[in-house]
Design a binder for this molecule. Structure first.
Ligand code: IPE
Ligand code: IPE
Ligand code: MG
Length: 249
């Protein structure tokens, strides 16, 4: 059942004292369009309103010392949306990155990209690359933006990379760690916690390989309404889970 009611969200200090924290949190930021529809305004307004929620999620990670935050920002399937919405989203992304880069720098946030950058508009690619270069020396939090991302495409790309390696090098073993080394997320831990807003109980082609043992937390809240306290509530629920990884206690 989607988690909805939050009586009193725990503070970061309480969470830190209570138990292990997730190292990597991934978020499917969904429901911007419905947020806008509820208000009778264009869908793009919903995307714009989601910017505050992104800020709050980043701040929550900084408060808790989460190492990696992955945000599902634009899927490969999202290219099928009306041209106007796609263009609006890309313009909004460029503007947001431009306006937020100083804050990210001050907060010592590094930026990474997962997805197929070659499918992005050159302007978008350039802005993202520039931002990544500028923030590359930071290690407090890594913010991974999933852009033109598809979990299946990622697996195809990983297999291609592995096949190429096997053809050009000798003694290449095909096993889980070899495949993992070719994923977009190579070098990062798998997500411990996956948050999805707007109540949908599906992965929508997100991080298919990496979420094998991730804990899911789904809320009915629409993404623009998501706040730090909701993030803390998700982490509190995560701490109450019994992660067995297929074993017995
Ligand atoms: C999520 O909100 C943002 C993106 C997919 C880019 P949606 O635009 O999917 O909002 P809904 O699901 O239509 O409400
Ligand atoms: C997933 O949301 C993609 C992002 C949040 C960027 P969608 O709105 O595209 O997913 P579906 O269509 O509900 O599965
Ligand atoms: Mg959606």
């Amino acid at each position: 059942m989607p988690t909805t009611k939050i009586a009193r969200a725990p503070t970061p200090e309480e969470l830190k004292a209570r138990g292990p924290l997730p190292r990597h949190v991934a978020i499917i930021m969904d429901g911007n369009g419905r947020w806008a529809a509820k208000r009778g305004v264009p869908r793009l307004w919903g995307h714009r309103a989601g910017r505050r929620a992104v800020r709050e999620a980043i701040q929550a990670c900084l408060d808790l010392g989460v190492e990696v935050l992955t945000l599902y920002t634009f899927s490969r399937e999202n290219w099928e949306r009306p041209r106007r919405e796609v263009q609006g989203l890309m313009r909004f992304l460029v503007r947001t990155l431009d306006e937020e880069i100083d804050n990210l720098d001050q907060s010592r946030v590094r930026l990474g990209l997962i997805g197929r950058p070659q499918e992005l508009d050159p302007t978008v690619r350039q802005v993202v690359t520039r931002a990544m270069k500028r923030l590359d020396h930071h290690r407090r939090l890594t913010l991974l933006l999933a852009l033109s991302y598809s979990g299946r495409a990622e697996l195809v790309d990983a297999v291609k990379g592995l096949v190429h390696e096997a053809r050009t090098k000798s003694g290449v073993r095909v096993d889980e760690s070899a495949l993992e080394a070719h994923l977009y997320t190579a070098g990062f831990p798998d997500p411990d916690l996956l948050i999805r807003t707007s109540g949908e109980m599906r992965l929508s082609n997100f991080l298919l390989w990496q979420v094998a043992y991730t804990e899911f937390w789904v809320t009915d809240l629409l993404w623009p309404d998501f706040r730090r306290r909701h993030f803390f509530q998700a982490v509190a629920d995560f701490q109450g889970r019994d992660r067995r990884f297929g074993r017995v206690d």
